[in-house]
Design a protein around this ligand. Structure first.
Ligand code: G1P
Length: 300
């Protein structure tokens, strides 16, 4: 029997400079899509996939993120007194049990690989997931759950994958495909942030991973890679030729729509999409968008 994946690492140490000045005092990860912070979407997705331990790799200035996960008994009492049951239920659904969530500091911004490595002592010797909360994925079956189901067949290491235009390859880790099996590909190489010319395919890594603990060993020895940072992609690539020791690397083409909430345009698109997906907002928002588009068309 394959060991179940019950731990997930959430790297949230980034400074969020693309969202300055907001991120002067608000961690990017608690900026809201409609009414839920980005990180809540990541937690919900992890829970749906069977994750029981949530490990956050944080940095200076992320206090508000830690506070977000505290229980709010005063607020709960208020809502109860006022009979606001629906809100109370929503609030309670975000509660984390004591001991379920842990925070580790990344003391220096040395890259995604280094951030994951910081959590090594909390994961020990078992497979684990990594979720990058910037990548928000709207899907009928949550993306990580799709991956866990696929991973139960393959083992090894699995990354979420999506086709992107070659010109955008330099924003991603890109897969060199060995065999294409449809929803899954086996991988013979991985390049972090290649130029369009160097990209081995247009299949990009998206921020969901299921990884073997060998990755920590690889990270131990890793020198800095693309952009002078210690890259998770490079540590995963070392497992390609290691199928006997629990290695092998697969890309998983998830079903769903990914929003790059690390960029302003992506965040705005996600806001509109998640707004339109809510029954109580749909009509108003749709009406507004239609009016706006009509007014723009008339002005042209
Ligand atoms: C990270 C990873 C990259 C991956 C991307 C997905 O890059 O290093 O391999 O394709 O996330 O969002 P970042 O966006 O942190 O630069």
């Amino acid at each position: 029997m394959r060991k179940k994946v019950t731990k997930a690492i959430f790297p949230v140490a980034g400074m969020g400079t693309r969202f300055l000045p907001a991120t002067k005092s608000v961690p990017k990860e608690i900026m809201t899509l409609v009414d839920r912070p980005l990180v809540q979407y990541a937690i919900d997705e992890a829970r749906a996939a069977g994750i029981k331990e949530f490990i956050f790799v944080t940095s200076r200035g992320k206090g508000a993120l830690e506070d977000y996960f505290d229980h709010a008994p005063q607020l709960e009492n208020e809502l109860k007194k006022k009979g606001k049951d629906k809100l109370l239920e929503i609030l309670k659904s975000t509660n984390m049990d004591s001991g379920e969530i842990a925070y580790i500091r990344q003391h220096r911004a040395l890259g995604l690989g280094h951030a994951v490595w910081c959590a090594r002592r909390l994961v020990h010797n078992e497979p684990f997931a990594v979720i990058l909360p910037d990548d928000v994925i709207a899907a009928e079956k949550p993306c990580l759950q799709q991956m866990v189901e696929a991973y139960e067949e393959t083992g090894g290491n699995m990354v979420a994958a999506m086709e992107v235009p070659k010109e955008s390859a330099s924003a991603y880790g890109v897969l060199d495909i060995k065999e294409d099996m449809g929803s899954m590909v086996s991988v013979k190489g991985m390049v972090e942030k290649p130029s369009a010319d160097e990209a081995p395919s247009n299949l990009a890594v998206i921020g969901r991973y299921i990884l073997s603990p060998n990755i920590f060993r690889n990270l131990n020895k890793l020198k800095s890679g693309a952009g002078g940072e210690i890259q998770l992609t490079d540590a995963i690539a070392k497992e390609i030729d290691n199928p006997d020791r629990g290695g092998g690397v697969y890309g998983y083409r998830f079903r769903g729509q990914r929003f790059d909430c690390g960029s302003k345009a992506g965040f705005l698109q996600a806001t509109v999409a998640f707004g339109l997906a809510r029954d109580e907002l749909r009509d108003d928002l749709e009406g507004y968008l239609q009016e706006l588009m009509a007014a723009r068309a008339a002005a042209e």
